[in-house]
Design a protein around this ligand. Structure first.
Ligand SMILES: Cc1cc2nc3c(=O)[nH]c(=O)nc-3n(C[C@H](O)[C@H](O)[C@H](O)COP(=O)(O)OP(=O)(O)OC[C@H]3O[C@@H](n4cnc5c(N)ncnc54)[C@H](O)[C@@H]3O)c2cc1C
Length: 164
């Protein structure tokens, strides 16, 4: 997979702008090696200000202040800012300086799919190999991975146990 790890592959996939930008956030701040996440107080994010300090956060490697509003593509950052403001009008108590915006979920479904046959779910060249779930490109979250896993298990059962 190393050959696919650069941004070029991601550049042709959906959501490419975020995927291209987010690694730069960490690299620019120089804390990738420590797995610390860029973070910003929610109120600062909405106001487009750098957070001078951050509250405690349960993210274990730790957080480092970073202008997430700056790193996000404008079309996404602005919508999030407006969304948080609208949310505050509907449900009080969450839009607070004690809330922290941590990094961003920069992973999504795998842009690469391992082949499998539509009827058996078996790899076309490797008998007994059943590509399954997120890593092989057939799911993009907990529920879809679970459902794909269940479907694969049924295929394995039908093939290996019942010979169907
Ligand atoms: C921080 C984070 C937050 C997330 N939040 C959400 C969310 O809110 N909602 C949502 O829907 N999804 C969320 N996801 C995505 C979701 O967790 C994944 O889509 C889902 O878990 C993928 O399931 P999977 O079974 O395909 O893979 P995994 O859950 O990754 O399972 C793969 C398993 O294979 C094992 N394995 C790997 N290599 C080998 C090997 N060589 N031999 C044996 N075993 C091996 C691994 O140890 C692992 O147990 C989140 C993911 C992350 C990382």
């Amino acid at each position: 997979m190393a050959a696919f790890a650069g941004t070029n592959l991601f550049a042709v996939t959906h959501g490419s702008i975020i995927k291209k930008n987010v690694p730069l956030v960490g690299e620019a701040a120089g804390y990738v090696a420590f797995q610390q996440a860029p973070a910003q107080r929610l109120t600062d994010f909405v106001q487009g200000k750098l957070s001078y300090d951050l509250p405690d956060c349960s993210y274990l490697p730790g957080i480092v202040s970073s202008p997430i509003h700056f790193w996000l593509p404008e079309s996404i950052g602005r919508r999030l800012q407006e969304g948080f403001k609208a949310f505050d009008r509907k449900m009080k108590g969450f839009f607070t300086a004690e809330a922290v915006v941590v990094g961003m979920e920069s992973r999504s479904s795998s842009p690469v799919r391992i082949l499998r046959q539509a009827d058996t779910f078996e790899h076309p060249q490797f008998a007994g190999l059943y590509p399954c779930g997120e890593g092989s490109g057939y799911a993009g979250g907990i529920t879809s991975s679970a459902m794909d896993g269940e479907n694969c298990a049924e295929k394995v059962f039908n093939s290996k146990i019942t010979g169907w």
